[in-house]
Design a protein around this ligand. Structure first.
Ligand SMILES: Cc1cc2nc3c(=O)[nH]c(=O)nc-3n(C[C@H](O)[C@H](O)[C@H](O)COP(=O)(O)OP(=O)(O)OC[C@H]3O[C@@H](n4cnc5c(N)ncnc54)[C@H](O)[C@@H]3O)c2cc1C
Length: 447
């Protein structure tokens, strides 16, 4: 694979990549190494103008082109037979509009960097994913989410996008425009997003509390109450036994809904400082119960460290919260099959939204996540059993994680899949932003 770098940082990265390649280490894979890109060329763009030229040149040559984020997806969703374009090196140049309560920023910025910049100025995002190292463009394109019964996915904060369209022109699409709801969680299927406008709010503090060993039956008896007990609630389980290993409650201070400081919750004792994912304490935000700024408490991982070596695979399925107790019971019945391959499961919730390809489209959602040991063949062999158990609940897969669902299944669970495909075909009739992943799943027409 040929790399074209731009600017000083790009040249340094290219030299590093060349050095790694000389040692036989390929760098052109997803962060977790679960997928090797087939694209012959990655360009690290240093300006929007350069992205426009790259796309126009590809269009003239009849070649394909796609955006690449921070590579934290686990499958070939970003891949292309043509050029992969990273917008990460472009100056993010964040601009706050205090009246509209938005920030407009380069889409290659990582959430951790944007969070620190906003917090310094007294502003906040409504939520974060578990990892702050992912890019705004890549995360919002796949419907990345945190947790909270009342909190939409990160994509729901998007108010406008600037994107390089199939003819190389720079186009702005705004919340309220026709088709905008089809253009946010769009998997890079119609263009390269260069700047994103996100809703912001005044900064706030969050306190984390951990409770160990919650009886499954108590949690399932009032699941909506349990997941709604704080601003953001996560449960961690290995699916074995009668108890859930850990509940992590992130309480937004001054919300008045805080169980903070209580010694027991749902029959489980509170624990000071908690270690999740068996990560060293230094890597997680939960090692202390002290209240902290939103950007240092809502993600599970700290931005100033490098969490995990990427020795993992992830899968995730979204069901309607009304179905969640039955869906969780169905997965628990597979606990003995799941546990040998599992590192940890996390259960989170999101609010319903209107974004066509969102996992939470028009459904209050329970997200059932699996972090697997790095045994891809064994995981892929097991996933159909989990998907069959969740089929009665019309489970939708996370677009960026490993699943085995085909186009027919996705058409059944995603009511706007055909509308999305029609929109992408209209915006990009030649299919230059298409790829095999999207075509096999019915997101783009097969070519
Ligand atoms: C350790 C870890 C923790 C994670 N935690 C969470 C979590 O808490 N919640 C959750 O929901 N997911 C989580 N994920 C999944 C992750 O958030 C998604 O896969 C996300 O899409 C990754 O963003 P990225 O920047 O790496 O994009 P990539 O993986 O590089 O690309 C993803 C898609 O976005 C498109 N894209 C990227 N940039 C642009 C752009 N500028 N314009 C147009 N399209 C673009 C690509 O073409 C591709 O289709 C996690 C992943 C890892 C590895």
């Amino acid at each position: 694979m040929r790399r074209e770098a731009a600017g000083g940082g790009g040249r340094r990265r290219a030299r590093l990549a060349a050095a790694w390649q000389a040692q036989g280490v390929t760098t052109e894979r997803t962060w977790a190494g679960t997928y090797t890109f087939t694209s012959p060329r990655i360009v690290e763009a240093s300006s929007i103008d350069q992205v426009q030229h790259l796309v126009a040149d590809a269009a003239a040559a009849g070649e394909r082109v796609r955006a690449l984020g921070t590579r934290h997806s686990f499958n070939g969703i970003a891949d292309t037979t043509g050029t992969l374009v990273s917008v990460l090196p472009i100056d993010p140049d964040p601009v706050i509009d205090e009246v509209q309560r938005t920030v407009t920023v380069g889409s290659g910025i990582r959430y951790g960097a944007l969070g620190a910049w906003l917090e310094e100025r007294g502003w906040a995002l409504h939520n974060m994913g578990s990892l702050p190292h992912i890019s705004v463009g890549g995360a919002t394109a796949t419907g990345t989410h945190g947790s909270g019964n009342a909190l939409g996915t990160l994509s729901t904060a998007v108010r406008a996008i600037d994107y390089v369209a199939a003819d190389g022109s720079l186009v702005t699409a705004r919340h309220g425009d026709p088709d905008f709801d089809g253009m946010v969680v769009a998997l890079g299927a119609y263009g390269i997003v260069t700047r994103t406008t996100l809703a912001i709010e005044p900064s706030f503090l969050v306190r984390q509390d951990a409770f160990y060993g919650l009886p499954w039956n108590t949690v399932l008896d009032d699941l909506e109450g349990a997941t709604g007990a704080a601003y953001s609630v996560s449960f961690f389980t290995d699916w074995l036994g009668d108890t859930i290993r850990l509940a992590l409650l992130k309480t937004r201070l001054a919300d008045g809904q805080s169980p903070s400081g209580v010694e027991q919750w749902l029959g489980a004792p509170r624990h000071d400082g908690v270690r999740i994912f068996d990560e060293p304490d230094d890597n997680t935000t939960s090692a202390s119960n002290d209240p902290g700024p939103w950007n240092q408490r809502l993600p599970h991982f700290r931005f100033d460290t490098t969490p995990s070596a990427g020795d993992e695979i992830q899968s995730e399925y979204f069901v309607d919260r009304a179905d969640a107790p039955a869906a969780l019971r169905a997965v628990r019945a597979l606990g003995a099959r799941i546990a040998p391959l599992l590192l940890i499961t996390e259960l989170r919730t999101t609010a319903p939204d209107e974004l066509w390809l969102s996992g939470s489209y028009r459904r209050p959602t329970m997200a059932i996540h699996f972090t697997w040991k790095p045994q891809l063949d064994a995981v892929r062999a097991l996933l159909p059993e989990i998907e069959a158990a969740l089929a009665p609940f019309a489970a939708r897969p996370h677009w960026g994680k490993v699943n085995t669902m085909d186009a027919a299944t996705l058409a059944r669970v995603h009511p706007r899949l055909a509308d999305s495909r029609a929109l992408f075909e209209r915006l990009d009739p030649a299919g230059m932003f298409s790829n095999g992943y999207l075509e096999r799943r019915g997101v783009r027409e097969a070519r």
